[in-house]
Design a protein around this ligand. Sequence first.
Ligand SMILES: [Zn+2]
Length: 250
Amino acid sequence: MMKFKNEKKLVNIFLIVIILISICFNILTFKTNYEVNKIKTNKNIVMLTFDDGPGKEDEQIMDILKDYNAKATFFGTGINYEKYWTDAVINKLVKRMILEGHSLGNHSYYHIKYNYNLNKAYKEFYKTSQMIVEIYRDNDIEMNISNIPVRMPFLQYYRGLNSLQNKLNINYFVRGYLGCDYNEAVCGKKKILKQYTNNIRKGQILVCHTRNYATQWLPDLLQYLENKSYKTANFTLGDYYFGNYGRLIF
Ligand SMILES: [Zn+2]
């Protein structure tokens, strides 16, 4: 009788442990399969990203990045990538992005709020990724559509995004720390720099924008990173590939 009681107790403990493990697993994996915010690493590494281009402003941004031997990811929109075939200036600077080892990302086609219209979002993201594949191909690089990093415009987030992720066959949407560099009239150099430098952590992704004003604060940020012995990573396979440091997590 005593033995039977103990066995029952053991079974109950076992069940409780299993339930606790599955609860923990659910909490830990919540959201991680749609959005990533950083590289899980103990190395001094950050990812610099510039949204809303490609635009002529990227020329100066690339000059500054080059001075500090930094590599970035440019999350461009389809309407701007399309200029690769129609605008000689954009064509040249997108080629330069690839040549200098920066990564091209997908930031939707029209940069709108999709408000749960996932079908529309899918069509836009797919079209833009296809365009990026074509651009890489034009520069003698074969890129798998699933390897193009994707960032939602306005860093939109809502439930159901995982179905969009599955349809696009991508591993995640890329978020990151968003400062206010997109509104220099309100923020100004001091505040922009303070926001970014206060948020430098191992593996951090910084969200910046393709704007002329980047020429004001970007050299200071890169100097700060250099002083703190931080390097940059992006999505391009090679020495600067983020995967050399860890995996992307929320
Ligand atoms: Zn944007």
